[in-house]
Each structure stands twice: as structure tokens, then as C-alpha cells.
Design a protein around this ligand. Structure first.
Ligand SMILES: Cc1cc2nc3c(=O)[nH]c(=O)nc-3n(C[C@H](O)[C@H](O)[C@H](O)COP(=O)(O)OP(=O)(O)OC[C@H]3O[C@@H](n4cnc5c(N)ncnc54)[C@H](O)[C@@H]3O)c2cc1C
Length: 457
């Protein structure tokens, strides 16, 4: 039975909240605006109610309620999807951010983690035991959406993506069932949530493989943008031949005082003396203005960029996979970066390398397995009157880069760019994802996401 907006508050309250352990926030309640806010300040959506489950049984109850009353659902992990899929107008918003339990199993070197954890919270808990697994590179991002879409970070060369380190997950599906997905149980679902994750249910618990991670040799080499051509050409050859222990990224930006710069950021995850030797050619071939590479705790590296990504700024991102830093691609960057309209913006190239690049494209729903870069234009600004200016610059750079980019895109960086781009994200894995969606969520209850369209089987 469908409810109209007027009935929802009392109905949720009677039929749902009475049996829930978690909190419910309604429009008009004091905390409503804070509860519906997500990382991207462009997103201003009004859910019917925000429900904060404390455990899987609360999640089951919410899903049954939404299904019974034909109400759309959105699911919030860390709230960092730039498309703002954690919140939807007129939906029941399941805000999992209170579910933060994390339990390390030292014997098995695994961790069970709930979906409300941010990367920094997860890393702190595992690094207490000298262990870590691949997550992203900004510690205030949520583990849930990141892992379900792939999860590219500083340990990808040595240990693969976040989703490659997933051993199992507990998932509440659209019919209210709780399934455990792993290589032994519900294998198809396990395949699908490693890259196509938020289409099939609500993950209430992740189990990851951990690895010993001590100090890492990490930091940035910075140069004026005028040095970008020789620096980036050398970098491109160097990092492709580097051992798996080295994962890297490039960042192009304009400082607050107006100087365009290029930085190479590295993380060597292995013995520090070996890392010094490996990195020596990169550090000496050109003279950087700043060489900040030094041994540091992994958590220090993970938190180093957080200040650049406060919640609430207006965000507009465009991305695609880039195989090679060719002269043509570098020329475009040289042309556009000095015109970057906001000091808070940047262009990033996050390297996929080593273990992450060698896994078969069909082994998980995440298919982009190659030595390559996730090319990302991260435009962010604070004043809404600047929006046209920043969006125009972003679109123009993205357009200019088209001849150099693959047709595919990493789903976790997508905005609302239409079904064609979602299809481009999954490519040859799309039909299998669509078949799985048809089986597990035939009514498309989970559609506040990069949606798998079952008519495309
Ligand atoms: C500052 C910043 C830095 C980033 N850095 C990286 C990086 O280094 N590497 C990288 O790979 N990506 C990176 N990303 C992209 C990131 O992976 C995505 O934004 C991801 O969606 C964030 O997950 P979340 O849980 O915070 O987001 P949310 O917005 O909460 O969720 C994203 C999607 O997942 C769904 N979802 C969330 N939790 C669950 C759940 N438990 N069960 C089912 N569905 C769920 C949501 O409904 C939504 O569709 C970055 C993003 C930002 C904003």
C-alpha cells in the first residue's frame, strides 16, 4: 500500500519506529537538516524520514516497511558519493553512520567492520595491531560505498583494491533476507558486490583480509607546472616498471597565491631501505621544489589530505581511465591547469598498479584491470555564485581530454551522468550484473545509486 507524504510520519512512527532500536528523524525535527546533509554541498534533498539503524535487524525492518508501502529507499554509508546517492527526495533514508563496530581477528588476520565506519576510524583500529588493508586516500571517506564500488588506494599495487580484500559480507536483500556472500556462499552476489555493490541490498557487515603494514615511505615531490612535461614523462615510464610495493598518484593544482604546481605522491609499502633505493631515480632526475618523502605511519599518510576535503563544499567531478601520460595529454593539462578557477580544486591521477591491475576483469564486477590512472577532475568551491564558472572549466577540460581517455569510468567517481555512463563503468560485466539485479531486486527497490537497468540484459 502506497502512503502519501502526509501519512508518512505517523505511519513510520506507528508501524516502524515502535519496533526499531535506532533513531528516526522526521522533517521538522531539529536534527533533520543535519541528517539529510551529505559531503557534496550541491545536494539538497528532502527524504520522508531519516532512519538510523543500529543493527541488521533494524535494517530488515526498514526494508520490509519500505517494500510494503512502495517507498523508495536510499542508503548512507559515509555520505561521500559525489552524486549524493545517500539521500533522495521522498525516500526513506537509511543512515548507517552509527554502525561503527570493528573487530580485528589477529589469528586469521581479518577484520569485521560495520558500514558506518570512515576510513580513518577503520585504519586506526587495524593499525593498532600493525595491520591494514587497501582503502582510499582521504580518511574522512566512508568504507562502505568505497569498497562496494572498488576502492583504489595507497596499498593497491601490493594488495589489490578494497573489494579484492573483501572475504565476505552480510547483505540484507530487497525481500528482507539476510545473506552472507563469500566465495563459498551466494558466490554470484559476492561477485556483484565487489564493484557493483549498492544495487543488490544493504551491507550490514564487511569482512576484510588484513596485511602487516608498518611505517611506509611516503610523501610528495612538488614542482612548478612548467616542469610538468619532463617530470610526468619520466614518472609515467618509471611507475609502470616499479615494484608492486610502490603505489603513486599525481596532483595538479593552483596554490592560494596563484602558482600552478604538479606533485607526485608516493607510498612504498615495504622495507624502508629498499624503498629509498627504488625511489632514488624519481627523486633525483629533476629537482623538486619540495621533497617531502619520508618514513611515516600509514595512518599519517591516510590523513594527510583530509583538510582539502571538508564536507559541505560544492563538488563537481568528472573522470575516466587514462592508460598513458602522452605528450598530448600533458599538453592539455599544461593549458587548463593555470586557468583552474578555484584554489580548492585539483586534477588527480590515481595509479592502478601491480596486484590490482593483474586480476582478471571478469573476476569481480569491478573490471578496470590494467596499469593505468584514474584521471579525475575534482572541482570544489564554496560560493554558489561561482558554480557556472567552475562547472564550465571542468566540462571543457574533460572534453579536451576525451581523445586520451578510455571509454570506461570508475563508478565511484560518477555523478548523475545517465545510464550510458553506468554501462560504460561495467562494460562486459553489465549483463551478469543485470541478471543478478533481476533475481535479487526485480522491483528495483535499490535505485538511489548508479543503477543497473535490468532491461539491458
Ligand atoms: C574526498 C573523497 C575522496 C575519495 N577518495 C577515493 C579514493 O582514494 N579511492 C576510491 O576508490 N574512491 C575514492 N572516493 C570515491 C568514494 O569511493 C565514493 O565517493 C564512495 O561512494 C564513498 O562511499 P561512502 O560510503 O562515503 O558514500 P555514500 O554516499 O554513503 O554511499 C555511496 C553509495 O553506496 C551506497 N551504500 C553506502 N553504504 C551502503 C551499504 N552499507 N550497503 C549498500 N549500499 C551502500 C549508497 O547508497 C550510495 O549509492 C573519494 C570520494 C571523496 C568524496
Amino acid at each position: 500500500m502506497a502512503l502519501d507524504v502526509g501519512e508518512i510520519t505517523s505511519s513510520v512512527h506507528r508501524g516502524l519506529a515502535s519496533g526499531l532500536r535506532g533513531q528516526v528523524v522526521y522533517p521538522g525535527d531539529g536534527g533533520y537538516d543535519a541528517a539529510r546533509a551529505v559531503f557534496n554541498g550541491m545536494i539538497d534533498r528532502r527524504p520522508l524520514a531519516v532512519i538510523r539503524p543500529v543493527d541488521a535487524s533494524d535494517v530488515v525492518r526498514c526494508i520490509e516497511f519500505a517494500r510494503r508501502h512502495v517507498l523508495p529507499i536510499s542508503v548512507r554509508g559515509g555520505g561521500h558519493s559525489v552524486a549524493g546517492h545517500a539521500v533522495r527526495d521522498g525516500a526513506i533514508m537509511l543512515d548507517l553512520s552509527g554502525m561503527k563496530a570493528v573487530q580485528v581477528d589477529l589469528e586469521k588476520r581479518t577484520v569485521r567492520a560495520e558500514p558506518g565506519l570512515m576510513l580513518g576510524e577503520f585504519d586506526r583500529a587495524t593499525q593498532a595491531f600493525g595491520l591494514a588493508t587497501t582503502l582510499g586516500v582521504v580518511s574522512v571517506t566512508g568504507i562502505a560505498g568505497l569498497t562496494l564500488g572498488g576502492g583504489l588506494g595507497w596499498l593497491n599495487g601490493r594488495y589489490g583494491l578494497a573489494c579484492d580484500n573483501l572475504r565476505s559480507a552480510d547483505v540484507v536483500t530487497a525481500d528482507g533476507q539476510m545473506l552472507t556472500a563469500s566465495t563459498q556462499e551466494n558466490e554470484d552476489l559476492f561477485w556483484g558486490i565487489r564493484g557493483g555493490g549498492d544495487n543488490f541490498g544493504v551491507v550490514t557487515s564487511f569482512e576484510y583480509q588484513l596485511h602487516p603494514v608498518d611505517l611506509v615511505l611516503a610523501g610528495a615531490l612538488s614542482y612548478p607546472l612548467s616542469m610538468a612535461p619532463p617530470v610526468l614523462r619520466f614518472y609515467d615510464d618509471f611507475v609502470k616498471a616499479a615494484p608492486d610495493e610502490l603505489s603513486t598518484a599525481v596532483s595538479l593544482a593552483v596554490t592560494r597565491t596563484g602558482e600552478p604546481t604538479v606533485s607526485i605522491v608516493v607510498c612504498y609499502c615495504g622495507p624502508i631501505d629498499e624503498g629509498e633505493q627504488v625511489l632514488n631515480p624519481l627523486r633525483t632526475i629533476q629537482s623538486p621544489v619540495v621533497d617531502g618523502i619520508q618514513p611515516m605511519p600509514y595512518t599519517a599518510l591516510q590523513g594527510a589530505r583530509d583538510e582539502g576535503f571538508p564536507s559541505g563544499r560544492l563538488q563537481y567531478w568528472k573522470s575516466g581511465w587514462l592508460r598513458n601520460l602522452t605528450d598530448g595529454a600533458i599538453e592539455i593539462l599544461m593549458q587548463f591547469v593555470p586557468q583552474m578557477p578555484s584554489f580548492a580544486s585539483g586534477v588527480g591521477l590515481q595509479q592502478m598498479h601491480g596486484v590490482a591491475s593483474r586480476i582478471a576483469p571478469s573476476a569481480t564486477a569491478f573490471r578496470h584491470r590494467a596499469e593505468q590512472y584514474d584521471f579525475l577532475i575534482l572541482s570544489q568551491w564554496s560560493d554558489a555564485t561561482d558554480s557556472d564558472r567552475d562547472i564550465e572549466w571542468t566540462d571543457a577540460l574533460f572534453e579536451a581530454m576525451q581523445p586520451h581517455l578510455e571509454e570506461s569510468v570508475y563508478v565511484n567517481n560518477l555523478g548523475d551522468e545517465g545510464p550510458g555512463r553506468v554501462k560504460a563503468a561495467y562494460g562486459q560485466n553489465y549483463p551478469r550484473l543485470a541478471a543478478l539485479k533481476k533475481t535479487l531486486d526485480p522491483d528495483n527497490l535499490f535505485r538511489a545509486n548508479q543503477n543497473i537497468d535490468t532491461s539491458r540484459i
